[in-house]
Every structure is written in structure tokens, then in C-alpha cells.
Design a protein. Structure first.
Length: 365
């Protein structure tokens, strides 16, 4: 039996405990309470006192890309142009060896653990790198195998077959701590037919899903009007893609993928109607305020998400689009940005921000 104690224990799911203590028996929490009561209940336990500190649950990072950890700072010269940023990222990743990608993912997991993160929602194009990183560092998480660039309905069946093969291979490597999910990248890089195939598979197999959605005004213009942003990429690669003339969220709902209760990442350019669709479908949101700000994409309506009863967690995104993996700083930035948003009605507290970084993230995942 071991007791850890500090000036504060923050259970998150209940009130803070001044002069708190936690009794741990063979790796399991046996009791939580005030220091005097716990010491009286377990008088022979070994005691470790952290003094002027707070003990709290591990942080949950709902959205990361550990495999691109080596690209920190490498894309900053194109951060003003998100299309160019995406293309450069894919080019740099394609030039990396398998060993380099695995090392990058492990380094990212270590950085997260050192910052108090014990659970990741990680998206990987090379999924095994993220799985091995989480397992080797001893972290929990969901590794979401990401789709390739697949916006053309004509190749949807083949695209799904290739994705499922990767998923099945990864699922054999899962354990009690690491679960495998799927990530159809975004509304403009995955075809409607492929979304439907993934939705059917996810619902029948109970597979978790995450999707980048409504990340910017440029994406919104592409989805609603078919203009700008990625149109020249489609032409370059001979892709048949037509604008659905709808918001990203309403489009995703039309494909059936929202019925799989996905974790939606970013949700910056959303309307009140979009927020209602998200809530009605039981989807959750990974809020990534620092990444959104780095690209100048805007400030997601966090207060509206919470008021709608949507489960919201925080994500650092990749260090290529944030530069650090620090969820306490992310929670602080989230609260300050929400307080500064024009038209707000409430005032996001430090307590709410910390809950999003812990229990909120667990619910969202």
C-alpha cells in the first residue's frame, strides 16, 4: 500500500480536496480523501508527499498526429496557406523512412507523457507507428487509421478495401490500453461513397471514428460553392469531385457517418444548425484552439458546443501545427479565447477548461 498526498487533490468528477491524499494498492486507487482520514485508515502505508502541488487525473489529448513529431517548425514557412501546408506535410512524410516515422511517433508520445498526458486520440497515416509509440511508452489511447487521399467515388470500393486491410492488421496489435479506430480524413478528401462504406462498417463493428471537419472558411466555401482551396488539386490528379452545396456538417450527416457518433475535429466554421446536427447525432468534438489560431482559421464556438450538451475534449493537434504538446497550456488558451469571443454569453472558467482536458476528453473519445 502506498499513499500520495499534496496540498490539493483534484478528482475532477467531484470537488477539490485541500490537503488531500490518495491510497494506491497494487496499482489501483483504493481510496481518495483528506490526508488525515487516509493516513488514519492506512497507518502502515508508505507515504510520498508532493507538498505545494495538485494531484489530478492524467490529461486526455483528443487529437494528435504523433507520427509527424519530427516536422516541428518545418512547415512554418507555409502556415499562412493551409493547402500548401497540407501538400508540404504529405511530401515530407512520404520522404521519411519507416524507422524515422516510428521514432517520431515515440518521441511525440514521450513528450506528451512528460506533459502529463496519459491518453491520446491519435491519427496516423502509418498507424502502426502510433500504436507502437503508445504501447512502448505505456499510454492509453485510440489510434485512428487515416484514409489516403480518396475523394473520388469511382475508387471508393478499392479505397475501402485497402483501408480495412490496414485496420484489421492494426486491430491484431491492440491491447487493453490501445484501441483501433478509423479516420476518414475530411469531407473534401474522402468521397461520399467511401464515407457511406466506412459508416456502415463502423456501426456494424462498433469502431470509433474521427474526422477533421469545418476547419476553416476556405473549407466552407469549397463545400458550399465548389470554389478555391482544393479545386486545383482535384484537377491536377484527375479527380472527379463535386461540391455538395452544403456545410461540411450537413454533408457528413447526409452520408450517414454522423450516425456512427464520430469525434469531429476543429468545427470552427459551424452554424447554429450545424451544432444542432452534431448534438442530435451524439457526435463529440475535439477542440484545438492553438492549432486553429496558428493557421488563422478562427475561434470555434466552444461555449455553444458546451451549451448544446456536446462532449468536448481538447487536442493539441500535431506539433507541426502547434509546435508544442502541452494540454494544460491548451486548456488555458481555450478558456481565454472563449472569453474573448465576440457575442459570448458565459465565461469559461478554469475549472471547465481543466475538465475538458481530463474527463471531457475521456467522454469525447
Amino acid at each position: 500500500m502506498r499513499i500520495i498526498t499534496a496540498d490539493f487533490v483534484l478528482p475532477i468528477s467531484s470537488e477539490p480536496i485541500p490537503e488531500g491524499a490518495i491510497a494506491i494498492d497494487r496499482g489501483n486507487i483504493a481510496a481518495i480523501g483528506d490526508r488525515s482520514s487516509i493516513l488514519e485508515e492506512y497507518p502502515s502505508a508508505e507515504i510520498e508527499d508532493f507538498g505545494a502541488a495538485a494531484i489530478l487525473p492524467g490529461l486526455v489529448n483528443c487529437h494528435s498526429h504523433l507520427e509527424v513529431t519530427a516536422m516541428r517548425g518545418a512547415l512554418d514557412d507555409v502556415e499562412h496557406d493551409f493547402r500548401a501546408w497540407l501538400l508540404k506535410l504529405n511530401g515530407l512524410r512520404a520522404a521519411m523512412t519507416e524507422a524515422e516515422i516510428i521514432e517520431a511517433a515515440r518521441n511525440g508520445a514521450i513528450e506528451g507523457a512528460q506533459a502529463g498526458i496519459t491518453c491520446f486520440g491519435d491519427i496516423g497515416r502509418f498507424g502502426m507507428a502510433g500504436v507502437e509509440a503508445l504501447k512502448s511508452v505505456g499510454l492509453r489511447g485510440v489510434l485512428f487509421q487515416e484514409t489516403e487521399f480518396s475523394p473520388d467515388d469511382r475508387s471508393a470500393v478499392d479505397d475501402f478495401y485497402a483501408l480495412r486491410q490496414k485496420f484489421e492488421a492494426l486491430r491484431r496489435s491492440a491491447n487493453d490500453l490501445v484501441e483501433i479506430g478509423l479516420s476518414p480524413h475530411s469531407p473534401y478528401t474522402v468521397s461520399a461513397r467511401l464515407f457511406r462504406l466506412i459508416a456502415d462498417f463502423a456501426r456494424s463493428e462498433g469502431v470509433k471514428i474521427t474526422i477533421h471537419a469545418a476547419e476553416s472558411d476556405e473549407e466552407d466555401a469549397l463545400m458550399r460553392n465548389g470554389t478555391g482551396f482544393f479545386t486545383e488539386v482535384y484537377r491536377k490528379f484527375g479527380v472527379e469531385w463535386k461540391s455538395p452545396c452544403a456545410s461540411s456538417i450537413s454533408y457528413l450527416a447526409s452520408t450517414g457517418i454522423l450516425a456512427a457518433n464520430p469525434l469531429l475535429v476543429h468545427c470552427v466554421s459551424v452554424t447554429d444548425a450545424d451544432i444542432k446536427i452534431i448534438a442530435d447525432n451524439g457526435a463529440s468534438i475535439a477542440h484545438c484552439p492553438k492549432s486553429n489560431a496558428k493557421f488563422g482559421h478562427g475561434c470555434a464556438p466552444l461555449e455553444a458546443f458546451l451549451n448544446a450538451g456536446i462532449a468536448v475534449g481538447l487536442g493539441s493537434d500535431s506539433v507541426a501545427s502547434n509546435n508544442v504538446c502541452d494540454l494544460l497550456e491548451e486548456s488555458r488558451f481555450a478558456a481565454l479565447a472563449a472569453r474573448n469571443r465576440r457575442g459570448r454569453n458565459g465565461f469559461i472558467s478554469a475549472r471547465e477548461a481543466l475538465e475538458m482536458a481530463t474527463l471531457g476528453g475521456a467522454k469525447a473519445l
